[in-house]
Ligand binder design. Structure first.
Ligand SMILES: *Cc1c(COP(=O)(O)O)cnc(C)c1O
Length: 233
């Protein structure tokens, strides 16, 4: 049986909200301190329309072409758009124009491109610095060892506002490993925030399979696809 995205969300969204509430309760936080970014990547426009109809306002895409298509169809003002996937530097301009928050700034080079564009346009582009907390070569992000120094440089660039940090946990890791991964991001964040007020309070961590642990470790933004929209093909 094929559920429409609306039917599906009417079941899954309350479940996700319940999971968030349990996780925030367990750590003595208010549930509204965690922002839910609905990851619509690899799902059609129907999914995006259903998400908006269900009251989801933050939407995440990992490919610039798909972001462009969806923003083009629905309008940039229809949602708060998050770019969450690796970006080639030459696509910095496009991403800055389309997304309200680029979560996946993973190199000084990409940061410099965005900064240059922002200066030209006399705008401020909001970003998160992505950190490769797991050290897996397949993952992008600033290296943990130099993250504090690198992100301090990034935050000093004109035209950019570093709202906080983002990470992806290793796939299939156990709870202990997930906990230490998220804790590492929070520690780097704390070191940055202790040094400058150029880095904002956001910690984007946690996806379908691990967001309770991420919330316990201080996540302010979870990025959830599968639990809301089902498996991607
Ligand atoms: C796909 C993706 C997600 C969502 O993953 P799910 O496991 O489907 O919730 C979150 N963050 C990033 C960066 C992604 O690419």
């Amino acid at each position: 049986m094929n559920l429409s995205y609306e039917e599906r969300l009417s079941e899954t969204l309350p479940q996700v909200h319940e999971r968030i509430a349990e996780a925030t309760d367990a750590s003595g936080r208010e549930s509204d301190t965690v922002r839910l970014v609905a990851v619509t990547k690899a799902h059609p426009l129907d999914a995006v329309a259903a998400a908006l109809a269900a009251g989801l306002t933050d939407l995440g895409e990992n490919r610039i072409e798909e972001l462009e298509e969806k923003v083009g169809a629905l309008g940039r003002d229809s949602a708060t758009w998050h770019m969450i996937g690796h970006l080639q530097s030459r696509k910095a301009r496009r991403a800055s124009e389309l997304a309200h928050l680029i979560q996946s700034v993973d190199s000084a080079r990409l940061g410099a491109r965005i900064s240059r564009f922002a200066e030209e346009e006399e705008i401020i582009v909001r970003i998160l610095a992505q950190v490769n907390t797991s050290g897996e070569p397949s993952k992008s992000g600033f290296d943990v060892v130099s993250a504090v120094d690198d992100i301090l440089c990034l935050a000093a660039l004109p035209g950019i506002r570093v709202e906080g940090l983002m990470t992806m946990a290793p796939f299939g890791a156990d709870d202990k490993k997930l906990t230490s991964t998220f804790r590492m991001l929070r520690k780097i964040h704390g070191q940055l925030r202790a040094q400058v007020d150029l880095v904002g309070p956001e910690l984007s961590m946690g996806m379908t399979n691990d967001f309770e642990i991420a919330i316990r470790e201080g996540s302010t933004m979870i990025r959830v696809g599968t639990a809301l929209f089902g498996a991607r093909t």
